[in-house]
Design a binder for this molecule. Structure first.
Ligand SMILES: CSC[C@H](NC(=O)[C@H](Cc1ccccc1)OC(=O)N1CCC(N)CC1)C(=O)N[C@@H](CC1CCCCC1)[C@@H](O)Cn1ccccc1=O
Length: 325
């Protein structure tokens, strides 16, 4: 089997949403595919009306294939302070033509305000490792884990784009989607993430490949030296990050993956991607797409990095592949 689904950017690439079919007859919800977490959760008819603000909701009672997973609950909180919790159904889930018949669909009974405010997203589809799924008392598998045994190849690829529709493919590598060769590097999934080591300016950086995180968060030393090249750039505590004049021409940001004997491959993030967004309506000052990880405790290669590459999340061989495109 295989699947292929469009990933549409929202609000200047802050997140990417994909249509997912749940239940019988199919209910299509736009979900945020997140390689940084492992719960598939959705706004539902169980979510208080006061917390629903235009989102499409899942109605288990109108799905003939839905079965309540009795006694099961879930509760998750994310790096940006957002959170949600609820109950669990097993139902049929289809992503880009790839179907899993008994997928844990976590229905929200509570969502935090930032989810209520995000009117375009109906929830998340976690693509990290099932070891960090939050369902209790019996932990559930991710969509990818459930699908893997049926896939032509035990992998999925992420091809996110700047201000344009990209694609997640499951079970195969689309050779027309990238240029040159794919450089592979081992994945450390001991924390449940797609952990890997890259080299930036000769310094090894261990971080995670996270489609659910908008920006890149790296060690202070790397971030400070990057912005030292931009006149007027400074760390601004009120914005909690590096800002600079919007007219600045930003240097490209490169990192090397799979550096071993073969020299590995270099991913180059265009400077224009690092000029992320204005901090206010005047459009004078802009917020950087590369920020320090010091308040997070983990380095994150988020969408700003991922959309500069074609990325292979290889679950069978526990490796990450990076290619230019
Ligand atoms: C430093 S982890 C911050 C990161 N959340 C972000 O990146 C949000 C994403 C977003 C975009 C648009 C609307 C709402 C939310 O966006 C910003 O925080 N932005 C964008 C806008 C900028 N002006 C400020 C910075 C984050 O918790 N990701 C998690 C998945 C997110 C949760 C929120 C909903 C979207 C998916 C997750 O993979 C991060 N994870 C990774 C490993 C371990 C735990 C963990 O939890």
């Amino acid at each position: 089997d295989s699947g292929s689904v469009t990933a549409s950017p929202r609000q200047q690439d802050t997140e990417y949403l994909c249509p997912v079919q749940i239940g019988s007859p199919a209910q299509t919800l736009p979900l945020d595919f997140d390689t940084g977490s492992s719960d598939l959760w959705v706004f539902s008819t169980d979510t208080p009306r006061s917390e629903v603000n235009g989102q499409t909701v899942y109605d288990a009672s109108s799905s003939s294939s839905a079965k309540r997973l009795s006694g099961a609950t879930w509760k998750i909180s994310y790096g940006d302070g957002s959170s949600s919790s609820g109950i669990v159904y097993l139902d049929t889930v289809t992503v880009g033509g790839l179907t899993v018949s008994r997928q844990a669909v976590e229905a929200a009974k509570q969502v935090s305000s930032s989810f209520s405010r995000d009117t375009s997203s109906s929830g998340l589809l976690g693509l990290a490792f099932s070891s960090i799924n939050t369902v209790s008392p019996n932990q559930q598998k991710t969509f990818f884990d459930n699908a893997m045994p049926h896939l032509d190849a035990p992998l999925f690829t992420a091809d996110l784009k700047h201000n344009a529709d990209g694609r997640y493919n499951f079970g195969y590598i689309d050779k027309s989607a990238y240029t040159g060769s794919i450089s592979y590097t081992p994945v450390d999934n001991s924390q449940g993430f797609w952990g890997f080591t890259a080299t930036v300016d000769g310094t090894d950086v261990t971080g995670i490949a996270d489609t659910g995180t908008t920006l890149i968060y790296l060690p202070d030393s790397i971030v400070t030296s990057y912005y030292s090249q931009v006149s007027g750039a400074r760390y601004d505590s009120s914005n909690a990050g590096y800002i600079f004049p919007c007219g600045s021409s930003m240097p490209d940001f490169s990192f090397n993956v799979g550096g071993g004997g073969g020299g590995g491959g270099t991913v180059t993030v265009p400077g224009s991607y690092v000029n992320f967004a204005p901090t206010d309506q005047t459009g004078q000052t802009c917020f950087g797409g590369l920020q320090s990880d010091s308040s997070i405790g983990i380095s994150i290669f988020g969408d700003i990095a991922l959309k500069a590459a074609f990325v292979v999340f290889d679950g069978g061989n526990k490796q990450l592949g990076w290619a230019a495109k």
